[in-house]
Design a protein around this ligand. Structure first.
Ligand code: SF4
Ligand code: SF4
Ligand code: SF4
Length: 322
């Protein structure tokens, strides 16, 4: 087998594997039909949050997470900006400055963070085994029995949400807010954090209704709210939505594009794979043509060299006319 043919077969194998991987990735995402149901969500009004951390405690209780070393009533935790962990699915952070221009009596702004339950979740798209899935009501949930611990979801999430139980050597899991899965979904019951919030800074409901509510608040109190609902469009839209009275980047949120990562990569992937037969056939034919041309050139060159060699031989050994 010539080197060129080996290379050609290798190319074909790699291409076939990529095609298979593309199909697998699309199959594991499986979101398009599942997002058809009305998406539930939570609206967080940061101008109402007082930093009491009752939501953190309720989440901890609801999910039977380990008790933190510092109690839920201490405010010293606000000294450093915290992130959620495998032992705390939600955290409230404090940012200096009033939450809105009409609340100058307040010294700080408090913002709760957790999984955003994206409409088009990159963690689900990145998970090669389907351990993370998007439920029909929009909750992004985790199945530890099929997780292989690759942690692609950790790298895929634009909000850096999923945490991993690195300290558990035997059965480590990916951990994050799952919307208090069975409590919230189908029953209309509030997630634990929303139920515990004394100021109604967290409202649970259908995403469309929450958006209407948020737009109404902005219309009614333009002096309080910025005309921007964080999560309405960011990264394709999220289940958790935020109303703020100051730029979101000042209160720990990331400025993100409107297109979700999965949508972007799927568009590219679909273009290649759905209509791939045409370019694949074209490049295959082109490759074959190049191989034959190269072979023909080589044979011609060899034939030319041989003829010249014979001529040289005839010239040096033949009789001289002189
Ligand atoms: S915030 Fe991250 S972990 Fe949560 S659904 Fe979106 S991509 Fe997944
Ligand atoms: S929805 Fe449930 S799991 Fe998520 S942050 Fe609130 S209490 Fe925790
Ligand atoms: S319970 Fe409500 S007011 Fe208290 S910190 Fe959480 S979101 Fe803020």
């Amino acid at each position: 087998m010539s080197l060129d043919r080996r290379k050609f077969l290798k190319f074909a194998m790699v291409t076939s594997s990529s095609l298979a991987a593309g199909s697998l990735s699309r199959a594991s995402t499986g979101n398009e039909s599942e997002t058809a149901l009305e998406h539930v969500g939570c609206l967080v009004d940061t101008t109402l949050c007082i930093g009491c951390r009752q939501c953190e405690k309720a989440c901890n209780d609801r999910n039977q997470l380990p008790r933190p070393t510092e109690s839920f009533t201490t405010k010293t935790v606000f000294r450093n900006e915290r992130r959620h962990t495998e032992a705390s699915f939600t955290v409230v952070n404090e940012f200096p400055g009033p939450p809105s221009p009409d609340q100058l009596q307040k010294k700080n702004t408090y913002v709760k963070f957790q999984c955003m339950h994206c409409l088009d979740p990159a963690c689900v798209s990145g998970c090669i085994t389907g351990a993370l899935t998007k439920s029909r009501d929009g909750a992004v949930v985790y199945n530890p029995t099929v997780c292989i611990g690759c942690r692609y979801c950790l790298y895929a999430c634009p909000f850096q949400v999923p945490d991993y139980e690195y300290d558990d050597p035997l059965t480590p899991r990916v951990r994050k807010c799952e919307y208090c899965t069975d409590l919230a979904r189908g029953t209309g019951a509030n997630p634990a954090c929303a139920a515990a919030c004394p100021t109604e800074a967290i409202v649970f409901g259908k995403r469309e209704e929450l958006l209407e509510m948020a737009h109404a608040r902005i219309r009614q109190r333009p002096e309080r709210y910025l005309d921007h609902i964080y999560g309405e469009h960011e990264i394709g839209g999220t289940g958790w939505l935020y109303l703020t009275g100051r730029p979101v980047t000042e209160v720990g949120m990331l400025k993100l594009p409107e297109t979700s990562g999965p949508r972007l990569t799927e568009n590219i992937q679909h273009t290649i794979f759905r209509y791939g037969a045409i370019p694949f056939g074209f490049y295959g034919a082109l490759g074959a043509l190049m191989w034959f041309n190269h072979r023909k050139e080589r044979l011609n060159k060899e034939a030319g060299t041989e003829a010249a060699h014979h001529e040289d031989e005839g010239g040096s050994h033949g009789p001289s006319r002189d």
